[in-house]
Design a binder for this molecule. Structure first.
Ligand SMILES: *Cc1c(COP(=O)(O)O)cnc(C)c1O
Length: 391
């Protein structure tokens, strides 16, 4: 009897397990996946691929959109399009995902790592100019947490030096900079639909081509170096191998999955923003007591609620907070490790910079659980547990 009571008490007090992420799967996902399965075409560039591309072109007025199998692939296409070769230099923030740099090193570029701002993890635009040399071919602004980099300043610097701008907008779907959609600002922009992003294809991404010089060639690189797209539009009477490229097209199954979320994009975004605001309101008193810093959204940027993070006062506090949350069934995670301190940078002699802000976010940033299907009580559970930790 006593056993039973104590077990019941335990169950009643037990918090539910809160993962860091749950991929966005909607009732329509099943419907569209089944439709794709029976469509007679599973390979790329079918009806769902076209529907997704048209959606983005119409909603954000992107001149040209190509779905890809990942955000990494979109970045690799960008590196091919701007003709990155041995000896070129590319400026990339150190505090980012590996792919922002990898896509360019793969073509032989040397990465020149840039530091983050002190109030956001985004690239510090005021420090870019001194990193430019005659070999600099491109700058890769990463819109961290979907919050836009200060693009007017960055583009002005790039224009003055004749350098391409490749936006890593992997986290930045439905985000705006001074009223203009993120992804429409650089020569090229790369998005990701990995299952940790606001909308997902499972694995997927897209390349946005803003610079008209790259539109024709982007289709060729996408279609394994052939002019097949022109053939399908009836512009040429046969197609063949004309250039470099790869198989960058996702399957119709991935596109169907993505499309099931595009038609609900506003609902997904509103709910994520609600969750984000709930976190912000619930945690601001602790922030004003100086326990940690909350995300900062500059006045030129909107918040697409891709991520909710805290910046703790020390690495030790950040790690203790993660352990405490874990003990309470909440999975919070740290994020990037400064790329300029990676094994790769060491081997390639690119580890000699001092980038204090990048290291600060490496040591002290923690991301809280955040997903479309997260309930209000789950958000409250995370907030309460953080409050208990700081008691
Ligand atoms: C997710 C992400 C990528 C890579 O996208 P994949 O689709 O996983 O290849 C690149 N850069 C940033 C900043 C990301 O967040």
């Amino acid at each position: 009897m006593t056993m039973e009571i104590s077990n019941t008490t335990k169950i009643n007090n037990m918090n539910t397990e809160i993962p860091f992420n749950k991929p966005c799967v909607l009732p329509d996902s099943e419907k569209f996946l089944i439709k794709a399965l029976h469509s007679g075409k599973l390979s790329g560039n079918g009806e769902f691929t076209k529907k997704c591309q048209t959606f983005f072109e119409e909603k954000y007025h992107f001149p040209k959109v190509l779905l890809t199998t990942s955000g990494t692939d979109a970045l690799e296409m960008a590196a091919l399009l701007i003709g990155i070769k041995e000896g070129d230099e590319v400026i990339v923030p150190s505090y980012t995902f590996v792919s922002s740099a990898l896509a360019f090193t793969r073509q032989g570029a040397k990465i020149v790592f840039a530091d983050s701002e002190n109030n956001t993890p985004n690239i510090d635009v005021s420090q870019i100019e001194r990193l430019i040399t005659p070999k600099t071919k491109a700058i890769v602004p990463v819109h961290y947490a979907g919050v836009s980099v200060d693009m007017d300043k960055l583009i002005e610097i790039a224009k003055r030096h004749g350098i391409y701008v490749i936006e890593d907008a992997a986290q930045a779907i439905d985000s705006y900079y001074k009223g203009r959609p993120v992804g429409s600002l650089g020569d090229l922009a790369c998005f990701s639909f990995h299952d940790t992003k606001n909308i997902t294809a499972g694995e997927g991404g897209m390349l946005v081509v803003n610079n008209p010089d790259f539109i024709r060639r982007s289709e060729i690189i996408w279609e394994k170096g052939t002019n097949r797209s022109e053939f399908f539009r009836g512009e040429v009477n046969k197609y063949g191998w004309v250039d470099t490229g790869s198989s960058f097209l996702p399957s119709e199954l991935n596109a169907a999955m993505l499309y099931s979320q595009l038609i609900h994009l506003q609902e997904i975004q509103s709910r994520r923003i609600e969750i984000w605001n709930k976190y912000y309101d619930g945690l601001k008193s602790l922030a004003s007591e100086g326990k940690f810093n909350l995300p900062f959204i500059p006045e030129y940027a909107t918040n697409n609620a891709h991520m909710f993070y805290l910046v703790c006062n020390t690495a030790e506090d950040r790690n203790n907070l993660i352990s405490y949350l874990k003990k309470n069934n909440i999975h919070a995670v740290f994020h990037y490790l400064s790329l300029h301190k990676s094994k790769y940078a060491e081997i390639h002699n690119q580890n000699n910079q001092v980038l204090p802000n990048s290291d600060l976010y490496t040591d002290r940033l923690v991301r809280l659980p955040m997903y479309y299907s997260m309930s209000d009580s789950e958000v409250e559970q995370v907030i309460d547990t953080i409050k208990n930790y700081y008691k």
